[in-house]
Design a protein around this ligand. Structure first.
Ligand code: PEP
Ligand code: MN
Length: 360
């Protein structure tokens, strides 16, 4: 376990996964307190609520502002939970530090703005507070890493990351697509930064929060931040995705915690056998791709000699349709096949472009 997580878990006297819960927004003292009492009862130790809400369109509920910090402090007083809220600029941070809030998170829209992140990081110099950094809205891992580095450079000791999915125009199933490979890559590059998942903003609807939470835990995430409201139908923001506290209780007790280590010898042996099959198939795949690209090279030369363009849309259309059809027969998903074929086709175009431009 990472040192940061170790410290937080022991401060909170809890085991991982770390669970943070609370409403999307603070709406009234009454709403915060009743949600908090109910969450405390199910064992939640960190309470979240947004005070300043970054909304996509104006004239939506933009948060209650500074008064909400007083309400949050009352939650701490009454329940002994740690309290956390979102910071988007140094003025928010000023108010938060004056009010001695326990933890902060940087929202997705702020992480995507290096100026804002740097200003907050500068204002945090010398302050010891856990900072949770959400991924930016767009699928830019470096922007996420960059924000973490800015806090690191300000000497913040407790930095954690939160995966909340990525904006995709017309996204269908989820409000924000998970693109799990991006947080997994973050974990590979920055293994000491604990990684949490916010399944609520990925799911966009409460019925999907459980499956996203389970996937996150199956991918070794260190914790979850889940939106929960005492009465979601009256919530002033994100009402579709917030869980009533009793549903959160059910979700948490049904989550399956799997082991990262393989302790059973028989399982280890059979996994090893299956993995060596994968290793050898991967080598075959690479072998075939090399052969395919060698032919693409020959095609490039032929096109160059005969003054033909690289891209022939009907041919590409045919390849895509034909391969997707065949792959789907074998149970491969449409999404995967299209991604794979696009990557192969792009590499083929790159090779042919090099040939065309050689000795211009
Ligand atoms: C939130 O947590 O309520 C929030 C605004 O999240 P995000 O920045 O991930 O959209
Ligand atoms: Mn929200």
């Amino acid at each position: 376990m990472s040192i940061i997580l170790d410290k937080l878990s022991s401060d909170l006297n809890t085991n991982s996964p770390l669970i943070i819960a609370g409403p999307c927004s603070a709406e009234s003292q009454q709403q915060l307190l009743s949600t908090a009492y109910s969450l405390k009862e199910i064992g939640i130790k960190i309470f979240r609520a947004g005070i300043w809400k970054p909304r996509t369109r104006p004239n939506s509920f933009e948060g209650v502002g500074e008064i909400g910090l007083e309400w949050l402090k009352n939650v701490r007083l009454e329940t002994n939970m740690k309290i956390m809220t979102e910071v988007a600029n140094p003025n928010h941070l000023d108010d938060i530090l004056k009010n001695d809030i326990d933890m902060i998170w940087i929202g997705a829209r702020t992480t995507g703005n290096p100026f804002a992140v740097q200003e907050i990081a500068n204002a945090l110099k010398g302050v010891d507070i856990p900072v949770f950094v959400k991924n930016p809205l767009n699928e830019d891992l470096n922007l996420w890493i960059g924000a973490i580095e800015r806090f690191h450079n300000s000497d913040i000791k407790q930095i954690l990351a939160i995966h909340r999915g990525f904006f995709a125009y017309g996204s269908q199933k989820y409000r924000n697509i998970p693109q799990w490979q991006i947080p997994v890559e973050l974990k590979r590059i920055m293994p000491s930064i604990p990684l949490l998942c916010d399944p609520s903003h990925i799911a966009g609807h409460r019925s999907l929060v459980k499956e996203v939470s389970q996937t996150a835990l199956d991918l070794n995430f260190d914790g979850l931040m889940i939106e929960s409201h005492i009465n979601p139908s009256e919530a002033l923001s994100d009402k579709e995705q917030q869980l009533p506290t009793n549903e959160l209780k059910k979700l948490l007790s049904n989550l399956i915690l799997r082991e990262n280590n393989i302790s059973d010898d028989d399982v280890a042996v059979s996994l090893k056998g299956l993995r060596s099959q994968i290793d050898s198939l991967d080598l075959d795949l690479i072998e075939i791709l090399i052969k395919r690209m060698t032919i693409a090279q020959k095609i490039g030369l032929k096109k160059k000699d005969n003054g033909i363009t690289i891209l022939q849309p009907e041919r590409w259309e045919y390849i895509l349709k034909d391969r997707v059809l065949n792959g789907k027969k074998g149970g491969l998903s449409n999404e995967f096949l299209i991604l794979l074929l696009r990557a192969i086709h792009q590499e083929s175009i790159n090779i042919q472009t090099n040939i065309m431009n050689r000795n211009l």
